[in-house]
Write a protein that binds this ligand. Sequence first.
Ligand SMILES: *Cc1c(COP(=O)(O)O)cnc(C)c1O
Length: 469
Amino acid sequence: MATEKENTDSQNLFRLLPSVDEFLKLPQVVKFAETRSHSSLVNAVRVVLDKWRQGISEGKIHSVDTDALVDDLRKLLHELDLRSLRRVVNGTGIIVHTNLGRSLLPSSLEQQLKEVAFHYNTLEYDVEEGERGSRYVHVEGLLRELLGVEGALVVNNNAAAVLLALNTLAKGKEVIVSRGELIEIGGSFRIPDVMTQSGAILKEVGTTNRTRVEDYTGAIGENTGLLFKAHTSNYRIIGFTQEVDVGTLARIGKSHNVPTMMDLGSGVMVDLALQGIDHEPTVQEVVNAGVDIVTFSGDKLLGGPQAGIIVGKKAFIDAMKKNPLTRALRVDKLCLTMLEGTLRIYRDGNPMEMIPTLHMMAMPMEQLEERANRLNDMLSTIKDVNCCVVQVNSAPGGGSLPGQQLPSFGVSVEVGSMSEVELERRLRQRDIPIISRIVENKVILDVRTLLDEDFQVIFDALQDIVSCV
Ligand SMILES: *Cc1c(COP(=O)(O)O)cnc(C)c1O
């Protein structure tokens, strides 16, 4: 080790840094080599040495200490070892959180997922005939049965479903849409842009707040390909408003011999009003209203995997199946097996219990309070953690039920004199990130979106954070 005096000289400091080879030969570093490739270790060592060289030249490092170097390397390797796509704890209370993976799949499907993922399977194989089959049969029958539709097709997501439907039914033709429904869903999905991409020609009618039957009928002409309605998933127009409901639109289409379509967005298949939540039009209702094509997401309030589900008239569905775009938008076996499993729960099981998204939506207040008390009791045993149960509002999220707030319970957490911003950051930067919300200068964990197994993760994290301050 260098003396204090020598260490003040940056030229000396550079010389005291080990070479890459010397660094790699340190016994602690040799140990790291057991669980990773040589090249990844060499790269990490270079990154650490570069960081130290930069620190020395900027005058921020005043001594070279092997233990500190090894420690830096250990931290960097740990970060590199963490998978990029990994589990988080969702304490936000937003159930269908698009950034956190939307719907959790039903745990009853675990075995089915493993079987299909780790074995060959019947994806496109007809075992009766011993010949090539179609990947779409696994869910088409279930969708027909559940929704009473003639045909169904599943693609990558609802954005793809809308694109495919427009491209198949209305390429080069006019699509009539109310100005009140030219929606944008999270930046990358805007009806006018999707319309352009599909080759259809957007024909806006009505005004932002009011659209009438005559607006549609007056716009129908020789080149009309489709009457289109979109669910205004993430906003609401209130006040002096008027819209043409989907049933009326379907009748207009029939009397003018023009196909009709509704982009329903979330695609809920149970009546949420029975759970004390605002009524959200169900897929069945929209289908029964007589519209020719309905599209919706698999991973919003349906509670399944990411998918875009298209249901409706057989002739139109068949035309979509033949569209070359379908091949580019097709879903994989993991999606299909999870969608089949989810739909089977709707047919044979108890969706409100077995589908996490619905279960979280309908969780009773007493249960939320009991869970908040339980978490609070756990956390309050940690010295220096100050917590209490608070009333909060959760949200369905995922562009569904705009404005709907779900009263819930959470735990408000403070650690010593640490600021709420710092605590939020430390929770978020854990190996299993804990995502919280800051409400009125307090870090809040809403128990509605926490799983029981998350409680221990939160406990361990706070214990760790307390011991580091
Ligand atoms: C969410 C949503 C979409 C996009 O669905 P993805 O499955 O995210 O592609 C399209 N339209 C509406 C009305 C939506 O709510």
